[in-house]
Design a binder for this molecule. Structure first.
Ligand SMILES: [Zn+2]
Length: 321
């Protein structure tokens, strides 16, 4: 019984061996989902009753109102005809590997029938990686713009052909460890898109460090302590002030070009940025299993987009002038 293994102290398997032990049957997986969904015991969504028995199909049958509930309803796993064990396994692989998992990877190494199916699974998981109302970044935050994707990798200049504009914020004091990161795809780097991004993700009054671009000019007026560094050739000092954000941008580009071989389209880039941030912000976790656990929590609490919406998703036009 899985319920015995998970405790609030260590609610996740710490190693792959433990993972295999915890989730050897469909029932183990269902129990884990139920435990995450109803940590204080089952509650009927119809009548709030707490007495229920389990049916042959793994549903909870409420004694009071006879309603049947499934732990997977409204979650990433709803309507999937594949075993939960397979989902759990993919989630483990996606979280345990520092570089994540690509759809190509799932097809070639794990025998997923079609690239589309594999991509759909990963995209569904990515779609729940961002929580609403996350804490704001504080302390000292570096903000910069990056241009990602497109055919001509390495092309210099702002707004280069075929690339997507991404705003990046990174916490941390110079020469110290990096803190948390936030990303947002935008239609264009404008005062408005910059301000919306910073207001959504950075605590007012925080020291915001940027380059000398004029779109950042109004940050003081918006209530931030703003430091602009004009980056010139040989301007080492100014460059160091933005070391953290430049490092994150280069890691991001390496990941998109390496693990995903540059296959990410602009319409879906935000989901990949969310995945990168999810892993990056938890990179110091002692156990990779903790990331698996966090993802599982979000998979049962955040309602994923429909399959149709998943494939049709367009870049969110944030802050279009
Ligand atoms: Zn009920």
């Amino acid at each position: 019984m899985f319920g015995v293994k998970a405790t609030s102290k260590i609610p996740f398997p710490r190693t792959f061996e433990e993972f295999l032990e915890w989730f050897s049957t469909e029932e183990d997986c269902t129990e884990y989902l139920e435990w995450i969904r109803w940590p204080d015991g089952f509650v009927c969504p119809g009548c709030r009753g707490m007495k229920a028995w389990r049916t042959d199909r793994g549903l909870r049958h409420c004694q009071a109102c006879q309603r049947q509930s499934s732990a997977t309803a409204g979650t990433v796993f709803e309507d999937s005809r594949k075993p939960l064990r397979l989902w759990f396994h993919v989630m483990w692989l996606m979280m345990a590997q520092k570089t994540g998992l690509s759809a190509r990877n799932l097809c070639d190494t794990y025998g997923f029938g079609s690239y589309q199916t594999a991509w759909g699974w990963l995209q569904k998981l990515r779609s729940v990686m961002i929580r609403a109302g996350r804490e704001h970044l504080t302390g000292r935050v570096e903000v910069d713009e990056a241009f990602v994707g497109g055919q001509k990798e390495g092309t210099r200049g702002r707004g280069a052909e075929g690339k997507t504009a991404v705003l990046v914020a990174v916490e941390g004091d110079p020469k110290k460890k990096l803190g948390r990161v936030r990303f947002r795809c935008v239609e264009a780097i404008t005062r408005e898109s910059v301000e919306l991004f910073i207001m959504d993700y950075v605590e007012p009054g925080t020291l915001v460090v940027t380059d000398g671009l004029s779109v950042y000019d109004h940050l003081k007026a918006a209530g931030y302590d703003h430091q602009a560094h004009v980056i010139t050739t040989g301007g080492e000092q100014a460059r160091q002030e933005l070391d953290h954000v430049h490092l994150v941008i280069s890691l991001l580009k390496r990941w998109l070009g390496g693990t995903h071989q540059g296959a990410v389209t602009p319409a879906h880039l935000q989901a990949y940025l969310d995945e990168f941030a999810f892993r990056f912000n938890r990179r110091l976790s002692h156990h990779r299993g903790k990331l698996f656990y966090r993802l599982m929590q979000q998979a049962v609490t955040v309602r994923p987009p429909t399959v149709k919406a998943l494939y049709a998703s367009k870049p969110q036009p944030v802050g279009v002038a």
